[in-house]
Design a protein around this ligand. Structure first.
Ligand code: HEC
Length: 155
């Protein structure tokens, strides 16, 4: 073995030993960061559209379309990975996810799918003018609210 391959083998060995340790000490911090991050992206983009619909921000077809496209893109992310069982607010202090999510994960995913459907409807009108925005945003907002009421600890 050359020194380089020996070093590489040592490093690989160290990584293999370290991996299970990391998994045992797993804190779900990355799961929480991932799902809170996607929610923040949704909130950010919906906020841009809301600002335009309310006239707090000048309507810009391209920006509105981009925001709606982002909502659709997020809705297409598979939700199983970042919502690991055991990462609820009874087990952890830094999440508002209720354990009820895992009592009926199919319903949780159905609520996510409704958000996706409404996001697609918003995407179809977002670039067509400020007039149609309000109703389509309301449709999306209703799906955020429905899931939060069922599965997120109130503040
Ligand atoms: C299928 C369920 C579901 C849908 C749909 C949903 N949310 Fe959430 N949302 C949650 C849950 C559960 C949490 C709590 C996550 C946590 O604390 O781990 C959350 C948290 C959040 C947060 C707080 C994130 C943070 O940094 O702590 C924001 C903001 C948010 N959602 C915005 C939205 C918006 C905007 C929409 C709609 C466009 C939406 N959510 C749709 C379930 C959902």
């Amino acid at each position: 073995m050359t020194t380089v391959t020996r070093l590489a083998a040592l490093a690989l060995g160290a990584a293999l030993v370290a991996a299970p340790l990391t998994a045992t000490a797993q804190s779900f911090d990355n799961h929480l960061a991932a799902r809170k991050g996607e929610m923040q992206i949704m909130s950010f983009n919906l906020g841009i559209l809301g600002g335009m619909a309310r006239g707090n921000m000048p309507y810009d077809a391209e920006a509105a379309q981009a925001a709606a496209d982002n909502l659709v893109a997020i809705s297409q992310l598979t939700q199983t990975v970042q919502w690991a069982e055991g990462s609820d607010n009874m087990e952890l202090s830094n999440t508002r996810a209720l354990p009820a999510i895992w009592d009926d994960f199919a319903d949780f995913q159905a609520k996510w799918a409704s958000f996706g459907e409404r996001a697609v409807a918003l995407q179809a009108v977002a670039g067509q003018g400020a007039e149609g925005l309000g109703a389509a945003i309301g449709g999306v907002g209703g799906t955020c609210q429905a899931c939060h009421e069922a599965y997120r600890q109130p503040n």
